[in-house]
Design a protein around this ligand. Sequence first.
Ligand code: ADP
Ligand code: MG
Length: 362
Amino acid sequence: MKRFAVLLLIIPVFAMSAAGCVKKYPDVGQAPLHRSFFAMDTIMELTIYESRNADSPESYDGDDPGKVMMDEAQKIICDLEGRISVTDPESVIHKLNSGMEVPIDEATRKLLSRAVGMCELTGGNLDISIYPLVRLWGFTTGEYRIPSSDQIREALENVGYEALTEMIASAAVQDASVLPDGMQIDLGAVAKGYAAEKLKSHFVSKGVKSGVISLGGNILVIGKKPDGSKWRIAIADPYGDGFAGTVSVFDRSVVTSGVYERYFEDNGRRYSHIIDPSTGCPVDNKVMSVTVIGDDGMYCDALSTALTIMGEDAAADYWRLRGRDFEFILINSDHKMIVTGGLKDIFKADDKYGPDAVRYIE
Ligand code: ADP
Ligand code: MG
């Protein structure tokens, strides 16, 4: 049984200062501010290169404003995790999943509402009520197992995001809410993308013009690099430690999901942590990874998971159906890449993939 985590690389890597310790908000040419911590089951790396028009240092009571800005960012993540974690008994999602009737705070309600919107938008490939299946296959505890078809059928009876719509809408006007009987929620497929957006808003409100938010497979870049050029983001290679290619972007989210990220093996078969809600089983369709590039972190996070489930052809159709409002790179089990046309000038496959490995679609 194996468990893998992915780290997307930002290249070139700049010299980074120790945990956010500079004397004032950095301007061009100053050492970057950097903060690294573990949260939401991943390593989070926040790097700010350039900040102007920031709040005046006086408002920080003499504290180092750069450090305060990073402390606040870390607190945003901590608060979010404290509300939506499926394992923390104090979180509102854990309480709901335990069948309790509890108040749902407005921020969590809005997140749930957006997440259900993404389930609809992906035709139910993304389904935040998938948690009974995630648990059944052992992905919550790491005690992996292959359930019987009866167990899968039974768990699937409690899956279907449509049944959450009314509860989420009415939570706005009710003192306390309860999930429909047997249902359980998991925001894991969208939480990091949402978190990246929250961090971006925080930094931008402080005058940040250039930075990188890297939340384990979820990258969001603010502006351009301090020298005015684009960021070159390396895309993890599902076949090894290196990277499969690079994409040059500014003001974008670059989010990768895939079956190689977290899985277990049994009898030579691989069982991924991404579950197809139409079967109740780990996705098994030749897709190794999907990287989605777009302007909203949560949208990209939701889509990278959903496109992985859709598979190659349906993902391409979906891209056209959505009016090409995002781009993607899909790597399949034949070591081939399917890349959307909008990336032609900004994507470069690593040499090990060879010229015939990349197919652009229109
Ligand atoms: P990660 O967050 O691990 O980088 P994803 O964004 O693809 O990867 O999210 C995968 C997580 O989402 C799983 O670990 C599980 O908690 C949850 N999940 C699995 N299948 C689905 C699904 N069909 N719809 C919504 N969430 C899912
Ligand atoms: Mg996702």
